[in-house]
Design a protein around this ligand. Structure first.
Ligand code: F6P
Length: 547
Protein backbone atom coordinates (compact mmCIF):
# COMPACT_ATOMS: atom_id res chain seq x y z
CA UNK A 1 0.00 0.00 0.00
CA UNK A 2 1.40 3.40 -0.95
CA UNK A 3 1.40 5.94 1.81
CA UNK A 4 0.61 9.49 0.71
CA UNK A 5 3.32 11.80 2.03
CA UNK A 6 1.95 14.32 4.49
CA UNK A 7 1.26 17.58 2.71
CA UNK A 8 3.15 19.68 5.22
CA UNK A 9 6.24 17.44 4.97
CA UNK A 10 6.61 17.80 1.21
CA UNK A 11 9.48 19.87 -0.22
CA UNK A 12 7.20 22.17 -2.21
CA UNK A 13 5.03 22.89 0.83
CA UNK A 14 8.16 23.94 2.71
CA UNK A 15 9.26 26.06 -0.27
CA UNK A 16 5.83 27.69 -0.30
CA UNK A 17 6.12 28.50 3.40
CA UNK A 18 9.43 30.26 2.82
CA UNK A 19 8.06 31.98 -0.26
CA UNK A 20 4.98 33.10 1.64
CA UNK A 21 7.15 35.04 4.09
CA UNK A 22 8.56 37.02 1.16
CA UNK A 23 5.18 37.88 -0.38
CA UNK A 24 2.79 38.18 2.56
CA UNK A 25 3.42 41.93 2.95
CA UNK A 26 3.36 42.72 -0.77
CA UNK A 27 0.50 44.98 -1.76
CA UNK A 28 -1.48 44.63 -4.97
CA UNK A 29 -0.75 48.33 -5.57
CA UNK A 30 2.97 47.52 -5.75
CA UNK A 31 2.49 44.33 -7.73
CA UNK A 32 0.55 46.18 -10.43
CA UNK A 33 2.90 49.18 -10.42
CA UNK A 34 5.93 46.94 -10.99
CA UNK A 35 4.22 44.79 -13.58
CA UNK A 36 1.72 46.81 -15.61
CA UNK A 37 1.04 43.82 -17.90
CA UNK A 38 -0.18 41.69 -15.02
CA UNK A 39 -3.86 42.26 -15.78
CA UNK A 40 -3.43 40.98 -19.33
CA UNK A 41 -1.12 38.14 -18.43
CA UNK A 42 -2.69 36.53 -15.36
CA UNK A 43 -5.82 35.54 -17.21
CA UNK A 44 -7.19 32.33 -18.64
CA UNK A 45 -9.89 31.51 -21.13
CA UNK A 46 -11.70 28.19 -21.34
CA UNK A 47 -15.13 26.80 -22.22
CA UNK A 48 -16.59 30.28 -22.75
CA UNK A 49 -15.29 31.64 -19.44
CA UNK A 50 -12.63 34.29 -18.87
CA UNK A 51 -10.80 34.26 -15.54
CA UNK A 52 -8.81 37.29 -14.41
CA UNK A 53 -6.76 36.15 -11.43
CA UNK A 54 -4.29 39.03 -11.56
CA UNK A 55 -5.74 40.70 -8.44
CA UNK A 56 -4.42 37.93 -6.21
CA UNK A 57 -1.64 38.33 -3.68
CA UNK A 58 0.78 36.24 -5.66
CA UNK A 59 3.72 36.47 -8.01
CA UNK A 60 4.76 34.31 -10.94
CA UNK A 61 6.90 32.40 -8.44
CA UNK A 62 3.83 31.75 -6.27
CA UNK A 63 2.04 30.26 -9.25
CA UNK A 64 5.09 28.20 -10.20
CA UNK A 65 5.32 26.74 -6.70
CA UNK A 66 1.58 26.11 -6.43
CA UNK A 67 1.58 24.31 -9.77
CA UNK A 68 4.61 22.32 -8.61
CA UNK A 69 2.60 21.41 -5.53
CA UNK A 70 -0.23 20.19 -7.76
CA UNK A 71 2.25 18.02 -9.66
CA UNK A 72 3.78 16.70 -6.45
CA UNK A 73 0.35 15.89 -4.98
CA UNK A 74 -0.63 14.02 -8.13
CA UNK A 75 -3.59 16.24 -9.06
CA UNK A 76 -3.24 15.15 -12.71
CA UNK A 77 -3.03 11.44 -11.86
CA UNK A 78 -5.97 11.68 -9.47
CA UNK A 79 -8.01 13.54 -12.11
CA UNK A 80 -7.16 10.87 -14.70
CA UNK A 81 -8.13 8.14 -12.24
CA UNK A 82 -11.50 9.85 -11.72
CA UNK A 83 -12.13 10.07 -15.47
CA UNK A 84 -11.14 6.38 -15.82
CA UNK A 85 -13.80 5.36 -13.32
CA UNK A 86 -11.43 4.24 -10.56
CA UNK A 87 -12.78 4.01 -7.04
CA UNK A 88 -11.31 7.27 -5.79
CA UNK A 89 -14.08 7.66 -3.19
CA UNK A 90 -12.12 5.43 -0.86
CA UNK A 91 -14.27 5.54 2.26
CA UNK A 92 -17.34 4.41 0.31
CA UNK A 93 -15.33 2.31 -2.18
CA UNK A 94 -17.02 3.99 -5.15
CA UNK A 95 -16.09 5.43 -8.49
CA UNK A 96 -16.68 9.17 -8.90
CA UNK A 97 -18.02 9.69 -12.36
CA UNK A 98 -20.17 12.79 -12.61
CA UNK A 99 -18.10 13.51 -15.73
CA UNK A 100 -19.80 10.49 -17.36
CA UNK A 101 -23.15 12.29 -16.99
CA UNK A 102 -22.10 14.66 -19.76
CA UNK A 103 -19.95 12.31 -21.81
CA UNK A 104 -20.93 12.45 -25.48
CA UNK A 105 -23.04 9.68 -26.95
CA UNK A 106 -20.74 7.08 -28.43
CA UNK A 107 -17.86 7.69 -25.99
CA UNK A 108 -16.89 4.98 -23.52
CA UNK A 109 -16.35 5.09 -19.76
CA UNK A 110 -16.03 1.79 -17.96
CA UNK A 111 -17.04 1.03 -14.40
CA UNK A 112 -16.02 -2.52 -13.43
CA UNK A 113 -15.79 -3.35 -17.13
CA UNK A 114 -19.26 -1.97 -17.93
CA UNK A 115 -19.63 0.99 -20.30
CA UNK A 116 -21.85 3.48 -18.48
CA UNK A 117 -22.25 6.02 -21.29
CA UNK A 118 -25.13 4.20 -23.06
CA UNK A 119 -26.92 3.93 -19.68
CA UNK A 120 -26.53 7.68 -19.14
CA UNK A 121 -27.98 8.47 -22.57
CA UNK A 122 -30.82 6.01 -22.17
CA UNK A 123 -31.96 7.90 -19.06
CA UNK A 124 -31.43 11.29 -20.73
CA UNK A 125 -33.60 10.13 -23.63
CA UNK A 126 -36.37 9.03 -21.27
CA UNK A 127 -36.14 12.33 -19.41
CA UNK A 128 -36.37 14.23 -22.69
CA UNK A 129 -39.42 12.20 -23.63
CA UNK A 130 -41.19 12.95 -20.35
CA UNK A 131 -40.16 16.62 -20.40
CA UNK A 132 -41.44 16.92 -23.96
CA UNK A 133 -44.78 15.34 -23.06
CA UNK A 134 -45.28 17.53 -20.00
CA UNK A 135 -44.31 20.69 -21.90
CA UNK A 136 -46.53 19.90 -24.90
CA UNK A 137 -49.51 18.97 -22.76
CA UNK A 138 -49.54 15.41 -24.01
CA UNK A 139 -48.95 14.28 -20.43
CA UNK A 140 -52.24 14.66 -18.62
CA UNK A 141 -53.11 14.48 -14.98
CA UNK A 142 -55.57 11.96 -13.55
CA UNK A 143 -58.59 14.09 -14.46
CA UNK A 144 -57.27 14.88 -17.94
CA UNK A 145 -55.89 18.33 -17.13
CA UNK A 146 -52.48 19.66 -18.25
CA UNK A 147 -49.66 20.09 -15.77
CA UNK A 148 -49.32 23.71 -14.72
CA UNK A 149 -46.90 23.29 -11.80
CA UNK A 150 -44.00 20.93 -11.27
CA UNK A 151 -42.85 20.54 -7.67
CA UNK A 152 -39.46 18.99 -7.04
CA UNK A 153 -39.38 17.34 -3.63
CA UNK A 154 -35.78 16.74 -2.59
CA UNK A 155 -33.04 18.15 -0.38
CA UNK A 156 -29.30 18.83 -0.54
CA UNK A 157 -27.89 17.65 -3.82
CA UNK A 158 -31.35 16.57 -4.91
CA UNK A 159 -32.58 20.16 -4.67
CA UNK A 160 -29.90 22.86 -4.64
CA UNK A 161 -28.62 22.29 -8.18
CA UNK A 162 -31.98 22.14 -9.97
CA UNK A 163 -33.29 25.09 -7.94
CA UNK A 164 -30.19 27.17 -8.65
CA UNK A 165 -30.29 26.30 -12.36
CA UNK A 166 -34.05 26.88 -12.73
CA UNK A 167 -33.55 30.42 -11.48
CA UNK A 168 -30.38 30.91 -13.54
CA UNK A 169 -32.08 29.77 -16.74
CA UNK A 170 -35.48 31.29 -16.08
CA UNK A 171 -35.12 33.45 -19.18
CA UNK A 172 -35.28 30.34 -21.35
CA UNK A 173 -37.93 28.48 -19.41
CA UNK A 174 -41.51 27.71 -20.38
CA UNK A 175 -43.53 30.30 -18.45
CA UNK A 176 -46.75 28.30 -18.76
CA UNK A 177 -45.35 25.70 -16.38
CA UNK A 178 -44.14 26.87 -13.00
CA UNK A 179 -41.40 24.99 -11.16
CA UNK A 180 -41.36 24.99 -7.36
CA UNK A 181 -39.13 23.29 -4.81
CA UNK A 182 -39.98 21.75 -1.48
CA UNK A 183 -36.99 20.69 0.59
CA UNK A 184 -37.38 21.52 4.27
CA UNK A 185 -39.15 19.09 6.59
CA UNK A 186 -40.84 22.16 8.07
CA UNK A 187 -44.42 21.50 6.98
CA UNK A 188 -44.78 25.17 6.09
CA UNK A 189 -42.56 24.59 3.09
CA UNK A 190 -44.93 22.07 1.51
CA UNK A 191 -48.11 23.82 2.64
CA UNK A 192 -46.99 27.18 1.21
CA UNK A 193 -45.79 25.59 -2.03
CA UNK A 194 -49.13 23.88 -2.63
CA UNK A 195 -51.55 26.38 -1.04
CA UNK A 196 -52.64 28.01 -4.30
CA UNK A 197 -52.41 24.90 -6.50
CA UNK A 198 -54.90 22.55 -8.01
CA UNK A 199 -53.73 18.96 -7.39
CA UNK A 200 -55.20 17.94 -10.75
CA UNK A 201 -52.66 20.23 -12.47
CA UNK A 202 -49.63 19.45 -10.30
CA UNK A 203 -46.80 17.03 -11.01
CA UNK A 204 -44.42 16.04 -8.21
CA UNK A 205 -40.87 14.96 -8.99
CA UNK A 206 -39.62 13.10 -5.93
CA UNK A 207 -35.83 13.39 -6.17
CA UNK A 208 -33.75 11.35 -3.78
CA UNK A 209 -30.69 9.26 -4.49
CA UNK A 210 -31.47 6.97 -1.57
CA UNK A 211 -35.27 7.44 -1.40
CA UNK A 212 -34.92 7.15 2.36
CA UNK A 213 -34.06 10.74 3.30
CA UNK A 214 -36.34 11.80 6.16
CA UNK A 215 -37.18 15.24 4.79
CA UNK A 216 -37.89 14.09 1.25
CA UNK A 217 -39.92 11.03 2.18
CA UNK A 218 -41.97 12.91 4.77
CA UNK A 219 -42.74 15.64 2.25
CA UNK A 220 -43.45 13.11 -0.50
CA UNK A 221 -45.96 11.18 1.64
CA UNK A 222 -47.66 14.41 2.75
CA UNK A 223 -47.84 15.55 -0.88
CA UNK A 224 -49.34 12.19 -1.79
CA UNK A 225 -51.94 12.71 0.95
CA UNK A 226 -52.69 16.23 -0.36
CA UNK A 227 -53.21 14.82 -3.83
CA UNK A 228 -55.33 11.87 -2.76
CA UNK A 229 -57.55 13.92 -0.50
CA UNK A 230 -58.50 15.93 -3.60
CA UNK A 231 -58.52 13.25 -6.29
CA UNK A 232 -59.62 10.37 -4.09
CA UNK A 233 -58.12 7.50 -6.06
CA UNK A 234 -54.77 5.71 -5.53
CA UNK A 235 -54.46 5.41 -9.30
CA UNK A 236 -53.92 9.18 -9.44
CA UNK A 237 -50.46 8.78 -7.91
CA UNK A 238 -49.10 7.37 -11.16
CA UNK A 239 -50.24 10.48 -13.09
CA UNK A 240 -48.97 13.01 -10.56
CA UNK A 241 -45.75 11.55 -9.18
CA UNK A 242 -42.52 10.63 -10.91
CA UNK A 243 -39.34 9.63 -9.11
CA UNK A 244 -35.63 10.16 -9.55
CA UNK A 245 -33.61 7.70 -7.52
CA UNK A 246 -31.03 4.91 -7.42
CA UNK A 247 -33.33 2.93 -5.10
CA UNK A 248 -35.92 1.28 -7.38
CA UNK A 249 -37.33 -0.92 -4.59
CA UNK A 250 -38.23 2.03 -2.32
CA UNK A 251 -39.70 3.96 -5.26
CA UNK A 252 -41.97 1.04 -6.04
CA UNK A 253 -43.03 0.82 -2.41
CA UNK A 254 -44.12 4.46 -2.65
CA UNK A 255 -46.33 3.53 -5.60
CA UNK A 256 -44.40 4.94 -8.53
CA UNK A 257 -43.96 2.49 -11.41
CA UNK A 258 -40.73 1.86 -13.30
CA UNK A 259 -41.93 3.78 -16.37
CA UNK A 260 -42.13 6.93 -14.23
CA UNK A 261 -38.83 6.30 -12.46
CA UNK A 262 -35.58 7.82 -13.65
CA UNK A 263 -32.47 6.18 -12.33
CA UNK A 264 -28.91 7.13 -11.73
CA UNK A 265 -25.96 5.36 -10.16
CA UNK A 266 -23.95 5.09 -6.97
CA UNK A 267 -20.97 6.68 -8.74
CA UNK A 268 -22.86 10.01 -8.85
CA UNK A 269 -22.51 11.91 -5.58
CA UNK A 270 -25.59 13.87 -4.49
CA UNK A 271 -23.86 17.25 -4.79
CA UNK A 272 -22.54 16.28 -8.23
CA UNK A 273 -25.89 15.07 -9.55
CA UNK A 274 -27.73 18.06 -11.00
CA UNK A 275 -26.81 17.01 -14.54
CA UNK A 276 -28.18 13.49 -13.94
CA UNK A 277 -31.90 12.64 -13.75
CA UNK A 278 -31.89 14.84 -10.61
CA UNK A 279 -32.14 17.65 -13.16
CA UNK A 280 -35.52 16.38 -14.40
CA UNK A 281 -37.49 19.33 -13.01
CA UNK A 282 -34.95 21.64 -14.67
CA UNK A 283 -35.30 19.82 -17.97
CA UNK A 284 -39.08 20.18 -17.82
CA UNK A 285 -38.64 23.91 -17.13
CA UNK A 286 -36.10 24.74 -19.81
CA UNK A 287 -36.68 21.93 -22.30
CA UNK A 288 -34.38 19.12 -23.39
CA UNK A 289 -32.47 21.26 -25.88
CA UNK A 290 -31.38 23.75 -23.26
CA UNK A 291 -30.57 20.94 -20.84
CA UNK A 292 -28.34 19.31 -23.47
CA UNK A 293 -26.69 22.69 -24.15
CA UNK A 294 -25.92 22.88 -20.42
CA UNK A 295 -24.36 19.41 -20.57
CA UNK A 296 -22.21 20.59 -23.50
CA UNK A 297 -20.95 23.44 -21.28
CA UNK A 298 -20.07 20.98 -18.51
CA UNK A 299 -18.29 18.83 -21.09
CA UNK A 300 -16.27 21.74 -22.52
CA UNK A 301 -14.91 22.49 -19.04
CA UNK A 302 -14.27 18.77 -18.41
CA UNK A 303 -12.19 18.62 -21.57
CA UNK A 304 -10.25 21.71 -20.57
CA UNK A 305 -9.63 20.30 -17.08
CA UNK A 306 -8.50 17.01 -18.57
CA UNK A 307 -6.18 18.40 -21.23
CA UNK A 308 -4.88 21.88 -20.35
CA UNK A 309 -1.42 22.11 -18.78
CA UNK A 310 -1.76 22.61 -15.04
CA UNK A 311 -0.39 26.17 -15.12
CA UNK A 312 -3.05 27.15 -17.68
CA UNK A 313 -5.82 25.02 -16.29
CA UNK A 314 -8.64 27.22 -15.00
CA UNK A 315 -10.09 24.91 -12.31
CA UNK A 316 -6.59 23.97 -11.18
CA UNK A 317 -5.52 27.61 -10.83
CA UNK A 318 -8.76 28.47 -9.00
CA UNK A 319 -8.29 25.50 -6.67
CA UNK A 320 -4.63 26.31 -5.99
CA UNK A 321 -5.49 29.91 -5.14
CA UNK A 322 -8.09 28.63 -2.68
CA UNK A 323 -5.38 26.50 -1.05
CA UNK A 324 -2.99 29.49 -1.02
CA UNK A 325 -5.37 31.68 0.97
CA UNK A 326 -6.71 28.87 3.13
CA UNK A 327 -3.41 27.40 4.22
CA UNK A 328 -0.91 30.26 4.00
CA UNK A 329 -2.90 33.43 4.65
CA UNK A 330 -5.19 31.59 7.07
CA UNK A 331 -8.37 32.81 5.35
CA UNK A 332 -11.29 30.92 6.89
CA UNK A 333 -13.91 31.87 4.35
CA UNK A 334 -14.34 32.60 0.69
CA UNK A 335 -17.11 34.72 -0.81
CA UNK A 336 -18.79 34.05 -4.14
CA UNK A 337 -20.49 37.15 -5.49
CA UNK A 338 -22.43 36.75 -8.72
CA UNK A 339 -23.32 40.06 -10.37
CA UNK A 340 -26.49 38.50 -11.69
CA UNK A 341 -29.76 38.09 -9.86
CA UNK A 342 -30.31 34.93 -11.93
CA UNK A 343 -27.37 33.42 -10.04
CA UNK A 344 -28.81 34.33 -6.65
CA UNK A 345 -28.77 30.69 -5.51
CA UNK A 346 -25.32 29.91 -6.90
CA UNK A 347 -23.53 30.58 -3.58
CA UNK A 348 -25.94 28.23 -1.77
CA UNK A 349 -25.29 25.57 -4.39
CA UNK A 350 -21.53 26.04 -3.99
CA UNK A 351 -21.82 25.80 -0.21
CA UNK A 352 -22.85 22.17 -0.46
CA UNK A 353 -20.46 21.45 -3.33
CA UNK A 354 -17.45 22.82 -1.50
CA UNK A 355 -18.26 22.31 2.18
CA UNK A 356 -19.73 18.81 1.97
CA UNK A 357 -16.85 17.80 -0.30
CA UNK A 358 -13.88 19.33 1.47
CA UNK A 359 -15.04 19.77 5.07
CA UNK A 360 -12.90 16.81 6.16
CA UNK A 361 -10.44 16.31 9.00
CA UNK A 362 -8.73 13.06 8.02
CA UNK A 363 -6.85 12.27 4.84
CA UNK A 364 -7.60 9.42 2.44
CA UNK A 365 -5.61 7.11 4.67
CA UNK A 366 -7.64 8.04 7.73
CA UNK A 367 -4.91 10.12 9.39
CA UNK A 368 -5.76 13.49 10.98
CA UNK A 369 -4.74 16.04 8.38
CA UNK A 370 -2.98 18.52 10.65
CA UNK A 371 -3.74 21.47 8.36
CA UNK A 372 -6.81 23.46 7.38
CA UNK A 373 -9.05 21.98 4.70
CA UNK A 374 -12.18 23.36 3.00
CA UNK A 375 -12.99 27.04 3.50
CA UNK A 376 -16.43 28.28 4.49
CA UNK A 377 -18.23 29.41 1.35
CA UNK A 378 -20.76 32.18 1.44
CA UNK A 379 -22.10 34.95 -0.74
CA UNK A 380 -24.99 36.85 -2.21
CA UNK A 381 -25.51 38.57 -5.53
CA UNK A 382 -24.04 41.99 -6.25
CA UNK A 383 -25.04 44.73 -6.09
CA UNK A 384 -27.32 43.86 -3.14
CA UNK A 385 -24.40 42.52 -1.14
CA UNK A 386 -22.52 45.80 -1.56
CA UNK A 387 -25.19 47.36 0.63
CA UNK A 388 -24.98 44.71 3.32
CA UNK A 389 -21.67 42.99 4.03
CA UNK A 390 -19.15 44.66 1.70
CA UNK A 391 -18.21 47.10 4.46
CA UNK A 392 -16.53 44.24 6.30
CA UNK A 393 -14.77 43.11 3.13
CA UNK A 394 -13.28 46.57 2.62
CA UNK A 395 -12.48 47.69 6.14
CA UNK A 396 -12.91 44.71 8.41
CA UNK A 397 -10.04 42.78 9.96
CA UNK A 398 -10.61 39.53 8.09
CA UNK A 399 -9.16 38.43 4.81
CA UNK A 400 -11.95 37.19 2.56
CA UNK A 401 -10.90 36.19 -0.95
CA UNK A 402 -13.79 36.84 -3.34
CA UNK A 403 -14.92 35.45 -6.67
CA UNK A 404 -16.90 38.02 -8.65
CA UNK A 405 -18.91 36.60 -11.55
CA UNK A 406 -20.36 38.72 -14.33
CA UNK A 407 -21.61 38.68 -17.90
CA UNK A 408 -21.01 40.95 -20.88
CA UNK A 409 -24.61 40.84 -22.05
CA UNK A 410 -27.73 41.24 -19.91
CA UNK A 411 -30.64 38.84 -19.69
CA UNK A 412 -33.08 41.73 -19.72
CA UNK A 413 -33.80 44.39 -22.30
CA UNK A 414 -32.77 47.06 -19.79
CA UNK A 415 -29.28 47.41 -21.26
CA UNK A 416 -28.42 50.51 -19.24
CA UNK A 417 -29.01 48.65 -15.97
CA UNK A 418 -26.46 46.15 -17.11
CA UNK A 419 -23.73 48.75 -17.65
CA UNK A 420 -24.38 49.99 -14.14
CA UNK A 421 -24.30 46.47 -12.75
CA UNK A 422 -21.01 45.63 -14.41
CA UNK A 423 -19.48 49.00 -13.52
CA UNK A 424 -20.12 48.03 -9.92
CA UNK A 425 -18.46 44.64 -10.33
CA UNK A 426 -15.32 46.18 -11.85
CA UNK A 427 -15.32 48.96 -9.26
CA UNK A 428 -15.54 46.53 -6.35
CA UNK A 429 -12.68 44.41 -7.65
CA UNK A 430 -10.65 47.60 -8.07
CA UNK A 431 -11.55 48.97 -4.64
CA UNK A 432 -10.86 45.66 -2.92
CA UNK A 433 -7.44 45.46 -4.54
CA UNK A 434 -6.21 49.02 -4.37
CA UNK A 435 -8.25 50.67 -1.63
CA UNK A 436 -7.91 54.36 -0.89
CA UNK A 437 -4.75 55.80 0.63
CA UNK A 438 -4.18 58.69 3.05
CA UNK A 439 -2.62 60.79 0.29
CA UNK A 440 -5.54 60.14 -2.04
CA UNK A 441 -7.90 61.18 0.73
CA UNK A 442 -5.91 64.35 1.38
CA UNK A 443 -6.05 65.18 -2.32
CA UNK A 444 -9.78 64.72 -2.14
CA UNK A 445 -9.84 67.21 0.73
CA UNK A 446 -10.80 64.81 3.51
CA UNK A 447 -10.58 66.36 6.98
CA UNK A 448 -7.72 65.06 9.17
CA UNK A 449 -10.13 63.76 11.79
CA UNK A 450 -11.92 61.58 9.26
CA UNK A 451 -8.93 60.19 7.44
CA UNK A 452 -8.34 57.12 9.69
CA UNK A 453 -11.97 56.10 9.23
CA UNK A 454 -11.95 56.62 5.49
CA UNK A 455 -8.73 54.83 4.62
CA UNK A 456 -9.40 51.64 2.73
CA UNK A 457 -6.37 49.39 2.94
CA UNK A 458 -7.11 47.32 -0.15
CA UNK A 459 -4.98 44.24 -0.89
CA UNK A 460 -8.10 42.06 -0.79
CA UNK A 461 -7.79 39.34 -3.41
CA UNK A 462 -10.39 38.68 -6.06
CA UNK A 463 -10.94 36.41 -9.03
CA UNK A 464 -13.14 37.90 -11.70
CA UNK A 465 -14.98 35.40 -13.88
CA UNK A 466 -16.61 36.80 -17.01
CA UNK A 467 -18.69 35.20 -19.73
CA UNK A 468 -20.55 36.64 -22.71
CA UNK A 469 -24.04 35.87 -21.44
CA UNK A 470 -25.65 33.50 -18.96
CA UNK A 471 -26.77 30.69 -21.27
CA UNK A 472 -27.37 27.03 -20.39
CA UNK A 473 -23.95 26.28 -21.88
CA UNK A 474 -22.20 28.97 -19.80
CA UNK A 475 -23.93 27.73 -16.67
CA UNK A 476 -22.69 24.18 -17.32
CA UNK A 477 -19.11 25.44 -17.77
CA UNK A 478 -19.32 27.53 -14.61
CA UNK A 479 -20.58 24.65 -12.47
CA UNK A 480 -17.94 22.27 -13.85
CA UNK A 481 -15.28 24.92 -13.17
CA UNK A 482 -16.17 24.89 -9.49
CA UNK A 483 -16.58 21.08 -9.37
CA UNK A 484 -13.03 20.66 -10.63
CA UNK A 485 -11.66 23.42 -8.45
CA UNK A 486 -13.11 21.59 -5.44
CA UNK A 487 -11.53 18.40 -6.79
CA UNK A 488 -8.14 20.10 -7.09
CA UNK A 489 -8.30 21.37 -3.51
CA UNK A 490 -9.28 17.92 -2.22
CA UNK A 491 -6.41 16.33 -4.14
CA UNK A 492 -3.89 18.77 -2.64
CA UNK A 493 -5.23 18.09 0.85
CA UNK A 494 -5.37 14.33 0.07
CA UNK A 495 -8.89 14.03 1.47
CA UNK A 496 -11.91 12.10 0.24
CA UNK A 497 -13.98 14.86 -1.37
CA UNK A 498 -16.79 12.45 -2.20
CA UNK A 499 -18.06 11.07 1.10
CA UNK A 500 -20.13 12.92 3.75
CA UNK A 501 -20.03 10.85 6.92
CA UNK A 502 -20.28 13.96 9.06
CA UNK A 503 -23.95 14.46 8.26
CA UNK A 504 -24.89 10.96 9.41
CA UNK A 505 -24.57 11.51 13.18
CA UNK A 506 -27.18 14.27 13.29
CA UNK A 507 -29.57 12.11 11.25
CA UNK A 508 -29.15 9.17 13.65
CA UNK A 509 -29.65 11.34 16.74
CA UNK A 510 -32.78 12.93 15.25
CA UNK A 511 -34.12 9.42 14.67
CA UNK A 512 -33.73 8.71 18.38
CA UNK A 513 -35.30 12.01 19.48
CA UNK A 514 -38.38 11.86 17.20
CA UNK A 515 -40.29 9.33 19.39
CA UNK A 516 -39.21 11.24 22.49
CA UNK A 517 -41.11 14.24 21.15
CA UNK A 518 -44.14 12.39 19.84
CA UNK A 519 -44.91 9.73 22.45
CA UNK A 520 -47.79 10.69 24.75
CA UNK A 521 -46.07 9.54 27.96
CA UNK A 522 -42.74 11.20 28.59
CA UNK A 523 -40.09 8.59 27.91
CA UNK A 524 -37.05 8.23 30.14
CA UNK A 525 -34.64 10.76 28.69
CA UNK A 526 -31.01 9.70 28.72
CA UNK A 527 -29.30 12.53 26.88
CA UNK A 528 -27.07 15.18 28.43
CA UNK A 529 -28.84 17.62 30.79
CA UNK A 530 -29.13 20.32 28.12
CA UNK A 531 -30.75 18.08 25.51
CA UNK A 532 -33.07 16.55 28.16
CA UNK A 533 -34.18 20.01 29.30
CA UNK A 534 -34.78 21.20 25.73
CA UNK A 535 -36.88 18.14 24.95
CA UNK A 536 -38.95 18.58 28.16
CA UNK A 537 -39.48 22.27 27.45
CA UNK A 538 -40.64 21.48 23.92
CA UNK A 539 -43.01 18.74 25.14
CA UNK A 540 -44.46 21.06 27.80
CA UNK A 541 -44.97 23.87 25.28
CA UNK A 542 -46.68 21.52 22.82
CA UNK A 543 -48.93 20.11 25.55
CA UNK A 544 -49.88 23.61 26.72
CA UNK A 545 -50.66 24.61 23.16
CA UNK A 546 -52.95 21.59 22.66
CA UNK A 547 -54.86 22.11 25.92
O1 F6P B 1 -27.19 15.67 3.69
C1 F6P B 1 -26.53 14.58 3.20
C2 F6P B 1 -27.01 14.10 1.87
O2 F6P B 1 -26.71 12.75 1.80
C3 F6P B 1 -26.44 14.86 0.69
O3 F6P B 1 -25.17 14.45 0.37
C4 F6P B 1 -27.45 14.59 -0.35
O4 F6P B 1 -27.31 15.47 -1.43
C5 F6P B 1 -28.72 14.80 0.43
O5 F6P B 1 -28.43 14.25 1.72
C6 F6P B 1 -29.95 14.17 -0.15
O6 F6P B 1 -29.86 12.78 -0.24
P1 F6P B 1 -30.88 11.95 -1.12
O7 F6P B 1 -30.73 12.39 -2.54
O8 F6P B 1 -30.48 10.51 -0.93
O9 F6P B 1 -32.26 12.21 -0.61
Amino acid sequence: MTVTPRLTDTPTWRALQTHFESVRELHLRGLFAEDPGRGDRMVLEAAGLYLDYSKNRMTDETRRLLVQLAVERGVGERRDAMFRGERINVSEDRAVLHVALRAPRGSHILVDGHDVVPDVHAVLDRMADLAGRVRSGEWRGFTGRRVKTVINIGIGGSYLGPEMACLALRSCSDRSIETRFVSNIDGADLVEATADLDPAETLFVVSSKTFTTLETMTNAYSARQWLLSALGDEAAVGRHFVAVSTNAAEVERFGIGSSNTFGFWDWVGGRYSMDSAIGLSLMIAVGPENFFAMLAGFRAMDEHFLTAPLDRNMPVILGLLAVWYNNFFGAQTQAVLPYSSALARFPAYLQQLQMESNGKRVDIEGRPVGYDTGPIIWGEPGTDSQHSFFQLLHQGTKLVPCDLIGFAAPLSALEFHHDLLMANLFAQAEALAFGRTVSELKTLGAGAGQIPFRVVEGNHPTNVILADVLTPRTLGSLIALYEHSVFTQGAIWAIDSFDQWGVELGKALAGRIIPELTEVEEPGLEHDSSTNALIRRYRDARRAERE
